[in-house]
Design a binder for this molecule. Structure first.
Ligand code: HEC
Length: 344
């Protein structure tokens, strides 16, 4: 905050340095009328002298021209001319210098102020990482390992996070945050270098993430990481369930949107019931039956027979589907019943 104010002050000073000389250029010239009179007199005399003039009048005209020029020279220089512009230019250079210096000394913090809260936290995490690491290595206390792990994880220093959370879990294995983060790190380490996780890492990762989700099922991150892990193992439906749970627990969380879309597409291709549903029903009842123009089908309490009647004959704004193939209708009813059991 303080640095933002400081930068504001510097910008204002810079602005003043440029604007003030120009503004002074606008100041009324007290000699203006006299000056313009003399100037036009001078021009008139020059014009007359340039034309055909009686020889007798010439000396007189020349004397008057000389007097006019002297009077003009006697006036103080007009403001707003070269002087002011030079001043403004000087101001501009000075302003650029001041701003440049300010940028070098202030910009890191200034940019931090313009980050959103979580980005700023990440930057802070990077900055505090060495101290947190040193403290954890010195005290070997669980809380310090966890703090180091969090800072490392948040700032993308995954090797450090792996070490920190690993050590924290040696001290206390029932820590969901450490469990699931260690799991996801095992699963994704080597990703940058394009390596597949080893069989052992994968199995261990899945175990850790699942355990974390069991210990803290209502923690959004538990469901998010569980969803990512299950998706890795090709368990699309379970992954989708976990990610949808995540979205319910943290409605503002957008981290899973892409994966949810991809999983739905994958399921739709592999699941004939979902492809029938997507073709005829999803536009009104939502891609996963969660509702839209039409009601949420996951919370519906209708029996199989009642649903069959509505699908065949329609109801209210819901169109009738008399031509659905019996096999497709069975698929749909199985799907809807599955959703009713799973709930929202
Ligand atoms: C044009 C939008 C639309 C489409 C397409 C549509 N529905 Fe509906 N559906 C509705 C509306 C609106 C209702 C609520 C009807 C009412 O109760 O008045 C409804 C109700 C239902 C119900 C009853 C839910 C309850 O608990 O009351 C079921 C089951 C249902 N739809 C299944 C389907 C299926 C299966 C499909 C695809 C074959 C489908 N719908 C296509 C709009 C639609």
């Amino acid at each position: 905050m303080a640095s933002v104010i400081l930068l504001g002050v510097i910008v204002l000073v810079a602005l003043w340095l440029v604007v003030e000389p120009l503004r002074r250029g606008q100041v009324a010239d007290p000699e203006a009328s006299q000056r313009s009179e003399l100037t036009s007199e001078r021009d008139r005399l020059y014009a007359e002298l340039a034309g055909p003039v009686e020889e007798a009048r010439r000396p007189d005209l020349e004397r008057r021209a000389a007097r006019t020029l002297r009077s003009l020279d006697g006036l103080p220089p007009a403001p707003g001319s070269g002087g002011a512009r030079r001043l403004a230019l000087g101001g501009l250079i000075l302003a650029a210098l001041v701003t440049g210096i300010a940028a070098f000394t202030l910009v890191p913090r200034w940019q931090l102020a313009s980050l959103n809260a979580s980005e700023a936290a990440n930057v802070q995490a990077v900055l505090s990482l060495p101290q947190l690491r040193a403290r954890a290595e010195q005290t070997r206390a669980n809380a310090d390992y966890m703090a180091w792990g969090k800072a490392a994880f948040d700032s993308g220093q995954y090797d450090q996070a792996l070490t920190a959370y690993g050590n924290a879990l040696k001290l206390d294995p029932r820590q969901p945050v450490a469990l699931r983060r260690l799991g996801i790190l095992l699963l994704t380490r080597g990703e940058q270098s394009g390596q597949q996780p080893t069989e052992q890492d994968s199995t261990q990762a899945a175990l850790l993430v699942r355990t974390a989700a069991q210990l803290a099922p209502n923690d959004p991150e538990s469901q998010l990481l569980l969803g990512f892990t299950l998706a890795r193992f090709g368990q699309s439906q379970d992954a989708l369930n976990a990610l949808e749970r995540y979205r319910t627990l943290r409605p503002a969380g957008r981290d899973a949107d892409d994966l949810i879309t991809a999983l739905r597409a994958r399921l739709q291709q592999s699941d004939p019931a979902l492809s029938v549903y997507a073709a005829s029903c999803a536009s009104c009842h939502g891609p996963a039956g969660g509702g839209g123009i039409g009601p949420n089908l996951r919370v519906s309490t209708l029996s199989r027979e009642a649903m069959t009647a509505i699908i065949r004959q329609g109801k209210g704004a819901m169109p009738a589907y008399p031509n659905l193939k019996p096999a497709d209708l069975t698929l749909l009813l199985n799907l809807l019943e599955g959703w009713q059991k799973a709930g929202k």
